[in-house]
Ligand binder design. Structure first.
Ligand SMILES: Cc1ncc(C[n+]2csc(CCOP(=O)(O)OP(=O)(O)O)c2C)c(N)n1
Ligand code: SF4
Ligand SMILES: [Mg+2]
Length: 350
C-alpha cells in the first residue's frame, strides 16, 4: 500500500504554528502497519510534539534500523532528512551524522529487537558517549516484523503460540541509567498526554535522551499472557509524575497547586514541569531512579514518566571539543591550513 499518497489539500483553516506550518506539514506517508499497532500512536505523538515545538521539519534528521518500528519514520516528518540503516546499526549511523553536522536535531527510532538484541552494543555506546539525540525504542517485546520473541519479553510471559519465555529480560531503561544517559523516560503508546511532553522535553535536552515506549503489537503480542499487551500495561502502570512541558518563549502560566510541582530547567532555558504523584520521587537522582525501578519491577509494576534528567548535561561534541561550525560546513582553507600550521602543530607535540 506504499503507493497510496495522502491528499495534498487540507482544510484552509487548519491551525498553524508560529512558522506557518499545520499539523499536516509534520506528517509522513500513509502507514502500512497493522491497524491498532502501538507504533502508529507513537508516530502521532512525535508529529504532535514537533508541531507544538514549532521546529522546522528540514532541521530534523530521523534515523532507524530494521523492524516495524524502524519503518515508522516514513510515517512522520515527511519533510525531514531520513536514513533507514541496517538492523541494529542506527546508533552508529546517527553518531556519525551528528559528528558531521551538529546543527540538526537527531531522532533515532528503533525497536526492542533492533536495540536490545542485535544492536545492544550500539545502543550502549551511543548512550555512554552522550550523543545529542532523542533515542526512542518502540518496545513491544517481540520481533513484530519477523515474529520472534525478543530480549525485552518478561520472564514467564507467553508468546502467541503459548511458548513461555524463561530468559531474564533486558530492561533498556535500567541499562540507559547505568550507561549514563542524561534523560531517561518510559511511556506507553496509548498515553499521548504523557508521551507528547516527554518527546518535547527530550528534543530540547542536550545530551543522550532515551525514551522506552511500551507499544503493543496487536498481531503477535496483545494476548493474555503477554506483559506488553494493552490490558496488561493499563493494569500495571505506575506513573511517577504528570508532565507538562513549557518552552520559555510562551507565556508562563501558574495554575499548579503549590507544593505539588517540580520544575526542571533544561539547557536551553525551557522548563519541565512535573506533577509528582509520589511525593518522594526525585528525577534528579540516578541511583534512586535505579533502586525505584528495581523495587517497582519486583512488585510487577511498570514505572512510566520522566525517571531521570540531568539538566546541565553536555554531549559528545563537548567531550571531543569540536568547533562550533558543523564539520560538514568547514571549507578547504580551514581543513588544509598549510605547511606553517602543520609545522606549528608538530612543534607543539615535540
Ligand atoms: C542482520 C539482520 N538480521 C536479522 C534480520 C531480520 N530481522 C528484521 S527485523 C527483525 C526484528 C525486529 O524487531 P524489533 O526491532 O523489535 O521491531 P518490531 O518489528 O517489533 O517493531 C529481525 C530479526 C535482519 N533484517 N538483518
Ligand atoms: S506486526 Fe505488530 S509491530 Fe508489526 S505492524 Fe503489525 S502490530 Fe505493529
Ligand atoms: Mg519489537
Amino acid at each position: 500500500m506504499t503507493y497510496l499518497a495522502k491528499p495534498r489539500l487540507h482544510h484552509p483553516e487548519l491551525p498553524k504554528n508560529k512558522l506557518g506550518y499545520t499539523h499536516r506539514d509534520y506528517e509522513g506517508a500513509v502507514s502500512t502497519l497493522c491497524a491498532g499497532c502501538g507504533h502508529d500512536s507513537i508516530s502521532g505523538a512525535i508529529i504532535q510534539a514537533f508541531f507544538e515545538l514549532e521546529l522546522p521539519p528540514h532541521r530534523v534528521a530521523k534515523l532507524s534500523g530494521i523492524g516495524c518500528s524502524s519503518k515508522t519514520p516514513t510515517y512522520f516528518l515527511g519533510n525531514s532528512h531520513g536514513f533507514n540503516s541496517v538492523h541494529g546499526r542506527m546508533p552508529s549511523v546517527l553518531t556519525g551524522a551528528n559528528l558531521a553536522n551538529r546543527d540538526l536535531i537527531y531522532l533515532g527510532v528503533s525497536g526492542d529487537g533492533d536495540s536490545a538484541s542485535i544492536g545492544l552494543g550500539q545502543f550502549a555506546h551511543a548512550l555512554r558517549r552522550g550523543v545529542n539525540m532523542v533515542y526512542i525504542v518502540e518496545n513491544n517485546g517481540v520481533y513484530g516484523l519477523t515474529k520472534g520473541q525478543s530480549a525485552t519479553a518478561d520472564r514467564g510471559s507467553k508468546s502467541k503460540r503459548g511458548a513461555v519465555n524463561n530468559d531474564q529480560p533486558i530492561d533498556l531503561v535500567l541499562l540507559a541509567l547505568q550507561l549514563g544517559a542524561s534523560f531517561v523516560a518510559r511511556s506507553f503508546s496509548g498515553d499521548k498526554a504523557q508521551l507528547v511532553p516527554l518527546v518535547k522535553a527530550a528534543v530540547l535536552h542536550r545530551g543522550a535522551a532515551f525514551i522506552d515506549v511500551i507499544s503493543p503489537c496487536v498481531a503477535f503480542n496483545n494476548h493474555a499472557g503477554s506483559t506488553k499487551s494493552y490490558d496488561f500495561v493499563r493494569e500495571h502502570n505506575q506513573a511517577v509524575n504528570r508532565l507538562d512541558f513549557m518552552p520559555t518563549h510562551s507565556e508562563i502560566t501558574a495554575d499548579y497547586a503549590p507544593g505539588s510541582l517540580q520544575e526542571v530547567a533544561q539547557h536551553d532555558g525551557s522548563v519541565l514541569r512535573l506533577r509528582k504523584v509520589h511525593d518522594d520521587y526525585n528525577p534528579g537522582d540516578r541511583i534512586a531512579a535505579i533502586n525505584y525501578l528495581l523495587q517497582r519491577d519486583a512488585a510487577g509494576e511498570i514505572v512510566t514518566g520522566l525517571l531521570y534528567v540531568q539538566p546541565d548535561a553536555t554531549d559528545l561534541h563537548a567531550a571531543l571539543n569540536t568547533v562550533d561550525t558543523p564539520l560538514n560546513a568547514l571549507r578547504e582553507a580551514e581543513l588544509v591550513p598549510g605547511a606553517a600550521a602543520l609545522e606549528k602543530f608538530n612543534a607543539s607535540l615535540r
